[in-house]
Ligand binder design. Structure first.
Ligand code: FAD
Length: 448
């Protein structure tokens, strides 16, 4: 046996023994949180360039890795995301998109936004900006399964070593000398495992325990609203994303894969949300149709015959469920050996369906920076490297965050002058193609 082979076997035994005795394992990267953004980062890092040792820690991992879900859940998912063209392109590049069944994707090429008070409206067409579609609606569970299938394939190809931990991180120890691994963070999991690594990627959502443990301040504004989410059947098939601004907040009807299936996201006051959550199915259908079509039942049907209004909702297939709406932003995205991505760094109002798209843009940027670091032999955890990520992503996310907050404020105001300007603005924008193009470019991720 050659010296090098003997030495490698010795080292391998040492490491395995260490893990077996202490439960301590070492990695280049530990991803905390394997939701959509964490899973996409993992798939991205696992596929790029030279080999790398990655751990992903997620308490719902078993569910995400499993391919078998109840038939009912598979047919009518509740949580969906509108994936913009930029995110779609990246997911295609990572070969994640191709793992979605075509029946799991509902693309839309038209979007109508209208205001209940001024009556003004604006319609966007993908053809106006030379795009095939304005976005695609996919169920979160389907997209997660596709991400994990891609990660598992990378793990099997041995391009990168990936360990999966079906657990949560319990405690974090930052920048301390630990069993000879000076300055590497140590994460203790709820199942007793200890992981230390060059870099922690925090993708653990807006309540991020990782961000809190690293003492990164988080500014937040609670909208005192909740989003009611329902999957419904409509009387007619449609391929338009509809959004109506009511005095209490926006309501959206998004086409989903499946026969006349759509997803409703209704942002409203806490009081109305609790009434809607406990309403009977019949009462909820009535409320939804009134919210989209405005008036008494016979008028609803008349209007719904027209292409200008959404189809009538005839059945509740899943839900309702409700989610609190919070705007939040971390003051910094990086520290030595730590980087925040997705909702752990920023949380936005769902009115424009941008949350996970911003997260995917973070993920894309970070994967690119880590890939360059690997090629030049740099340490992933170096602050000067991570600052490149912060410099590129923080201003763009802040711009989107403030634009969405501004929109929410303008559309929730019932002041006469604001309502007038809102109506006038929509009418003017509707006839001005360059302005519409700029809005679509912004929402589709072309200008990030
Ligand atoms: C009603 C609604 C509709 C939305 N619609 C859209 C849309 O159409 N388009 C869009 O782009 N965005 C949308 N969003 C926003 C989008 O859902 C979020 O931005 C996105 O899910 C964030 O993904 P994430 O992976 O960063 O965080 P999360 O999805 O919150 O995932 C965080 C993960 O971290 C794990 N975790 C937490 N604590 C720990 C721990 N201690 N250790 C290990 N793991 C941990 C959790 O289990 C979880 O899986 C919507 C949001 C809402 C509320």
């Amino acid at each position: 046996m050659s010296f090098w082979l003997r030495r490698s076997v010795q080292l391998w035994h040492q490491r395995t023994l260490c893990s077996a005795l202490t439960g301590t394992k070492s990695y280049d990267i530990v991803i905390v949180g394997g939701g959509l953004v964490g899973a996409a980062v993992c798939a991205g890092v696992a596929q790029s360039g030279s080999p790398c040792k990655i751990a992903i820690v997620e308490p719902n991992l078993q569910k995400f890795l499993s391919n078998s879900v109840e038939q009912e859940e598979r047919s009518f998912p509740l949580r969906t995301s509108t994936i913009n063209p930029a995110s779609q392109r990246w997911l295609k590049k990572l070969k994640i998109w191709e793992l979605l069944d075509s029946q799991e994707i509902a693309s839309f090429s038209r979007m109508k936004v209208w205001d209940s008070r001024s009556g003004s409206s604006i319609v966007f067409h993908s053809s106006e900006v030379g795009l095939e579609s304005l976005g695609s609606v996919v169920a979160n569970d389907d997209l997660l399964r596709a991400c994990y299938r891609r990660i598992q394939r990378s793990a099997m190809s041995k391009q990168s070593k990936i360990d999966f931990f079906d657990s949560g991180v319990d405690t974090f120890q930052w920048s301390s000398s630990h069993r000879g691994f000076t300055e590497w963070p140590v994460l203790t999991l709820k199942d007793g495992n200890e992981l230390h690594c060059r870099l922690v990627i925090a993708a653990d959502g807006s309540n991020s325990p990782t961000r809190k443990s690293a003492n990164i301040p988080w500014f937040s504004h609670y909208y005192q609203q909740r989003a009611i989410v329902v999957t419904v059947r409509t009387e007619k098939l449609h391929r338009t994303a509809w959004q109506r601004f009511l005095s209490t907040g926006p309501i959206a009807l998004l086409p989903m894969a499946g026969l006349n299936v759509s997803n409703v996201v209704w942002s409203t006051t806490e009081l109305e949300a609790s009434i809607l959550s406990s309403a009977t199915k019949e009462a909820l259908i009535d409320e939804l149709n009134k919210a989209f079509l405005g008036v008494a039942n016979d008028t609803i049907l008349k209007k719904a015959d027209s292409e200008e209004y959404p189809p009538v909702i005839s059945e509740i297939l899943k839900g309702p469920a409700s989610f609190p709406l919070v705007l939040g932003h971390a003051t910094e995205y990086v520290k030595e050996r730590l980087v925040l991505v997705g909702d752990a760094a920023h949380s936005v109002h769902p009115l424009a369906g941008q949350g996970v798209n911003l997260g995917f843009a973070d993920a894309r940027c970070l994967v690119e920076i880590l890939e360059n670091a690997r090629m030049t032999g740099r340490d992933f955890g170096e602050i000067s490297l991570l600052l490149q990520y912060q410099l590129r992503r923080l201003p763009k996310n802040l711009l989107m965050l403030s634009s969405l907050h501004g929109l929410e404020t303008i559309f929730s105001s019932s002041l006469g002058p604001v309502s007038f300007i809102r109506g006038l603005g929509m009418s003017l924008l509707g006839g001005f193609i360059p302005a519409k193009k700029a809005i679509i470019d912004f929402a589709s991720g072309k200008i990030e």
